[in-house]
Design a protein around this ligand. Structure first.
Ligand code: SAH
Length: 217
């Protein structure tokens, strides 16, 4: 019953969510399939499981949220649009939902989370869902994960005020990063592409994420 669920976590409920996200403009069928397949109710507290297939962010404790499914789909689509990706760095594991959506679509995901308690739960979910290509690290992801750099792609799921240069430096030339930037009040989702002598930036849309913080908890 793990992947199937009943009632509010049923196939039908998930299909409705996918149709909603499609109507919002997400076109990549690989991504939409992942939204259908990944059991989001396993990424939230049991008390919230009945709301897991609503197209909204939900609290995951410690002042953090699991991102809205539409945003997860949109960011994944933007990341994949440049062609196949070997290694991807994710900053802000949180519940692990974005990681799980991305994992089968790329060769390897390296994900960094600064809150130990959240990372422990996410690791259990990866194990339970047999996501074999995910590596996790408890650290300040604003500094990236230099050991496995350069990355083909980087996805950041918490908002820094500006583009972290440490992350740009860990992208290979031609590699792309999708991230929210801005203040608590106002953020934009942007796509950054590393060039020979710097980077290009394209604004995608207005978003609202928790802030990227320094250090670890
Ligand atoms: N993608 C996640 C979203 C979680 S919210 C999901 O789908 O559930 C953003 C996460 O980023 C939070 O868990 C927060 O603790 C984490 N975060 C914030 N600043 C960070 C940093 N500097 N390094 C790593 N993780 C960070």
């Amino acid at each position: 019953m793990i992947a199937q669920g009943i009632g509010m976590t049923s196939r039908r409920t998930r299909e409705r969510l996918v149709e909603h996200i499609r109507a919002q403009g997400v076109r990549d069928e690989r991504v939409l399939r992942q939204i259908l397949e990944v059991p989001r109710h396993l990424f939230v507290d049991e008390a919230l499981a009945s709301r897991a297939y609503e197209n909204t962010a939900l609290p995951i404790g410690l002042n953090q949220t699991i991102s809205q499914p539409y945003i997860v789909a949109r960011m994944t689509e933007a990341l994949l649009a440049g062609g196949p990706l070997e290694n991807v760095l994710e900053v802000g594991t949180g519940s692990g939902y974005q990681t799980a959506v991305l994992s089968p679509l790329v060769r390897r995901v390296y994900t960094v989370e600064r809150i130990g308690a959240l990372l422990r739960q996410a690791r259990q979910r990866f194990h339970r869902l047999r996501l074999m290509n995910v590596r996790t690290k408890h650290a300040d992801g604003g500094l990236g994960w230099p050991h496995y750099a350069p990355y083909d792609g980087i996805i950041v799921t918490a908002a820094p005020e500006g583009i972290p240069l440490a992350l740009v430096e860990q992208l290979r030339p031609g590699g792309r990063m999708v991230l929210p930037i801005g203040s608590r009040q106002e953020q934009a989702l942007v796509r950054v592409t590393r060039t020979a002598d710097g980077y290009d930036k394209v604004l995608l849309e207005r978003v609202s994420f928790v802030p990227l913080l320094g250090g670890v908890d």
